[in-house]
Ligand binder design. Structure first.
Ligand SMILES: Cc1cc2nc3c(=O)[nH]c(=O)nc-3n(C[C@H](O)[C@H](O)[C@H](O)COP(=O)(O)OP(=O)(O)OC[C@H]3O[C@@H](n4cnc5c(N)ncnc54)[C@H](O)[C@@H]3O)c2cc1C
Length: 505
């Protein structure tokens, strides 16, 4: 199959890139391992940042300053400036294609204040912001005739003799067949890797860093993989997110004695550490929104109420919600320049799998949805422009993928158990507070696990719809990504944002 631009991933970044590439005149194909209407993007609740000043005074300069402050010196000022300056246009574009944003009394796009922001800046659609954006992007992509194929799993990137990325090797989940897709340029928009932390993460099962692992195998540079953001308010038992909107609307963070012990609007890294420290003292921690009243909760935080009732058996109108900090967002990813071009010719990346150097060591709430729209557009446009000047190239001899080895693997060790062990180990030792000695322990365990992989083969050898196979491939990718996280964490000798050392090494 041949295309101008091949896009892997149909979250907000992939769909925005597809729309931009199509509008640039490219023949575009989007592949996704799930369905285009599902991804982390549809789980986003709190909002998308833009300094519109719709509810109180704000400025692009303030948005830039807040983002740089939160990034703790690890962001690129030019990239941040570009993103924040583009933000009002991004909102007006989303509004124009039909995103049903909540409105103020005078019909402007409504905005709320999220942690680390100096003004109410996050534009929202109740607490379903990502869902509404994703489905609007999907409609727009369909109306432009963008072709999308679901249940296609990226195995590896294909490279030509001169190292240019010229397509992808794909496993068709429905048939079990391996297929080759060729394209003049490829955009990775395959999301982050928070599921390395398994059930200690707000993300769905699919955030397994597949695109990042494939890019790494192909030789692309990764950047700042050690920066993993912990969200302060995951539900205690399920890790499902209580949106920052709950604090933005005035929720209190309290301990078992009912005392507020921190500033709720601190950036996420600081608030997660404050909650972690309180929990270390043996306290349970809660977010309390009772004082907002039922009417406000049902109008502005309907999803939070539903989730708390369903998964924590707590009605937040009457009781505080038990919480704990959990892995939420991965700032690290494939290094890209200001044209979303990776270190490999022909390969572009956007969204959470990419590192555009706009979040640094700690992302601000509301800036990820913004990034996927602003840089999704850049990636799609630049991939299309690249394709205009490029030829379709033939792939050189392929590198071996774990899938080819799989037939020889025995099934002596249950990889699901090892995956869960790894998640717990990461939560404990590569989490909110880190020690170099513990990071080294995790590194050793990762090496052991890798050497045992040939004993962790499949229990289901069917070809069609083999979820056991997909989960094993995702596990291999998470192992690969986990190695980069620990390597990065060991290399960083002092605390910075989400990478916090209990003692400086
Ligand atoms: C619960 C929750 C709430 C959030 N709230 C907010 C918020 O309020 N504001 C904000 O700014 N950010 C928020 N975020 C973060 C934000 O939603 C994500 O960072 C962003 O949506 C990521 O978009 P993406 O397109 O890069 O990736 P995703 O939306 O994760 O999409 C990735 C796509 O890649 C596909 N894919 C992955 N691997 C493969 C493979 N091997 N083969 C083929 N396809 C593959 C997936 O199927 C999917 O289509 C939230 C995140 C979560 C989890």
């Amino acid at each position: 199959m041949k295309r101008d631009v091949l896009i892997i991933g149909a979250g907000g970044a992939g769909l925005t890139a597809a729309i931009a590439a199509k509008e640039e005149g490219a023949d575009v194909l989007v592949l996704t391992k799930e369905y285009p209407t599902r991804s982390q993007t549809c789980m986003a609740q709190g909002g998308i940042n833009a300094a519109l000043g719709n509810v109180s005074e704000d400025s692009v300069e303030a948005h830039i300053a807040d983002t740089l402050k939160s990034a703790q010196g690890q962001a690129d000022e030019e990239a941040v400036r570009f993103m924040c300056m583009q933000a009002p246009t991004a909102i007006s574009w989303l509004d124009g294609i039909g995103t049903p944003f909540s409105r103020t009394a005078d019909a402007k796009v409504a905005q709320r204040r999220l942690g680390g922001a100096s003004a109410p800046r996050a534009c929202y659609a109740q607490d379903y912001t990502g869902l509404k954006i994703l489905h609007t992007l999907y409609d727009k992509a369909l109306s432009l005739g963008v072709e999308m194929q679901a249940e296609k799993y990226l195995l590896d990137l294909l490279k030509s003799e001169d190292g240019t990325v010229c397509g992808a090797k794909i496993l068709d989940i429905r048939t079990g067949e391996v297929e080759h897709y060729f394209a003049k340029s490829v955009v990775l928009a395959s999301g982050g890797y928070s599921r390395v932390y398994g059930k200690f993460s707000t993300n769905s099962k699919t955030s397994t860093g597949d695109g990042i692992a494939a890019a790494k195998r192909a030789g692309a540079k990764l950047l700042d993989m050690e920066f993993v953001q912990f969200h302060p308010t995951g539900l205690k038992n399920s890790s499902i997110l209580v949106s920052e909107a709950a604090r933005g609307e005035g929720g209190h963070v309290i301990n078992s004695k009912g005392e507020r012990f921190t500033d709720e609007l601190l950036p996420r890294d600081m608030l997660s550490r404050a909650i972690h420290a309180e929990m270390q003292k043996g306290e349970d921690v809660f977010i309390d929104i009772r004082h907002l009243g039922e009417e406000v909760i049902d109008e502005l935080l309907p999803q939070e109420r539903k989730l708390a009732k369903l998964y924590e058996n707590v009605d937040p109108v009457y009781e505080p919600i038990p919480i704990k900090p959990v892995a939420h967002y991965t700032m690290g990813g494939i290094e890209v320049d200001n044209k979303s071009q990776t270190s490999l010719k022909g390969l572009f990346a956007c969204g959470e799998c990419a590192n555009h150097k706009v979040h640094g060591a700690n992302r601000l709430g509301g800036n990820s949805l913004l990034e996927i729209v602003v840089f999704g557009k850049e990636a799609g446009k630049n991939a299309a422009l690249f394709a205009k000047e490029a030829d379709l190239l033939a792939p050189a001899t392929e590198q071996k993928h774990p899938l080819e080895e799989l037939e020889r693997y025995t099934n002596e060790i249950n990889f699901y158990e090892v995956r869960d062990e790894l998640a717990a180990l990461f939560y404990e030792k590569v989490g909110i507070v880190r020690h170099h000695s513990e990071l080294a322990e995790v590194q050793n365990r990762l090496r052991e696990i890798e050497s045992l992989l040939p004993k962790m083969g499949l229990s289901d050898t069917n070809k069609i719809y083999n979820t056991n196979k997909i989960e094993f491939l995702e596990f291999c990718n998470m192992l690969d990504v986990a190695k980069s996280v620990v390597e990065g964490a060991l290399a960083r000798k002092s605390s910075c944002g989400a990478h916090y050392l209990s003692e400086e090494a």
